[in-house]
Design a protein around this ligand. Structure first.
Ligand code: C2E
Ligand code: CA
Ligand code: CA
Ligand code: CA
Length: 279
């Protein structure tokens, strides 16, 4: 039994070394990807149901690996968070998104909002607010055009710190949006506490909207709550005309999803912005 114990220990310890090694390799791969400019941003339209226009876009990162092709964020964002590489990557995303937004505005295209996802670690890094101010200052983008998308995972710890940071961003003119809304466990308390302007109903509630009466009840409850709180409500992951009709009848203000467009590269997004109105 003693021997077995020792073998088990050795087994675990080599497993752990393997995990550490993989982590180190992944970290250096991500670092290399950043310096070799292998990351790019794609953009997905945020469509207003009031006028059918693209009023904003969400920036979504992709990793164009020379050998592996395009790697989606679900495959590397959590590793980037674990290794701390999310901070330099997130900084790059913010600068690039602001730069592109201002380039579109300089071209005369009507873009009200550039939405950028912020990871929990990134939100909590020292000097985050200053970094956002720096991205706006360097690119010339007006703070009012920038919207940061935060999840409950980002705002749920340390309410005092969160409130301080969100208030500072809000005072600068930056808008805040609660992403994946409805999937956390105490969403409502945050709405009261934090200066959030938009709710994004998570795709999981929209997916089966035509078939699931509970999902319809949840979606329409979020929409009317948003209206009462004077928040913009956006439905994520709209894929069908039926979903769109239902959301319209609920009074949902904005939509995003494959029904309108998948995330596309900057060139294709430029064409979409030129072809307004969209619906
Ligand atoms: P998210 O913020 O919830 O972004 C929406 C995701 O849903 C995107 O996946 C988008 O392509 C996908 N989507 C949009 N409409 C539809 C639809 O109609 N049907 C379906 N099936 N999917 C739809 P993507 O681009 O793979 O991003 C996945 C997640 O990775 C994002 O979820 C976000 O959490 C994270 N992410 C992406 N870019 C960044 C980034 O720059 N920084 C950080 N921190 N996270 C990012
Ligand atoms: Ca998002
Ligand atoms: Ca989302
Ligand atoms: Ca989501």
């Amino acid at each position: 039994a003693k021997d077995l114990g020792r073998n088990t220990f050795q087994f675990y310890s080599s497993e752990m070394n393997m995990a550490t090694l993989e982590r180190l390799m992944m970290e250096s791969n991500l670092r290399h990807a950043l310096t070799a400019s292998e990351f790019e941003l794609h953009y997905q339209p945020l469509v207003s149901l009031a006028n059918g226009e693209i009023v904003g876009v969400e920036a979504l990162i992709r990793w164009r690996h020379p050998d592996l092709g395009v790697i989606m964020p679900d495959r590397f964002i959590s590793v980037a968070e674990d290794t701390g590489m999310i901070n330099p990557i997130g900084d790059w995303v913010l600068f690039e998104a602001c730069r592109q937004a201002q380039a579109w505005i300089d071209e005369g295209l009507a873009l009200q909002t550039m939405a950028v996802n912020v990871a929990p670690v990134q939100f909590r890094q020292a000097g985050f607010v200053e970094m956002v101010a720096g991205a706006l200052g360097t690119t010339g983008l007006a703070a009012e055009r920038l919207e940061l998308e935060l999840t409950e995972r980002t705002v749920m710890h340390d309410a005092e710190f969160t409130l301080g940071t969100l208030s500072a961003l809000n005072r600068m003119g930056v808008s805040l949006s609660l992403d994946d809304f409805g999937t956390g466990y105490s969403s409502l308390a945050y709405l009261k506490r934090f200066p959030v302007g938009k709710l994004k109903i998570d795709r999981s509630f929209i997916m089966d909207l035509e078939r699931d009466a509970d999902d319809r009840a949840i979606a329409s409850t979020i929409v009317s709550m948003g209206r009462n709180l004077r928040l913009t409500v956006l439905a994520e992951g709209v894929e069908t005309a039926e979903q769109l009709t239902l959301l319209r009848s609920m009074g949902c203000g904005m939509v995003q999803g494959y029904y309108f467009s998948r995330p596309v590269d900057a060139l294709r997004m430029t064409e979409l912005l030129r072809s307004q109105p969209f619906l």
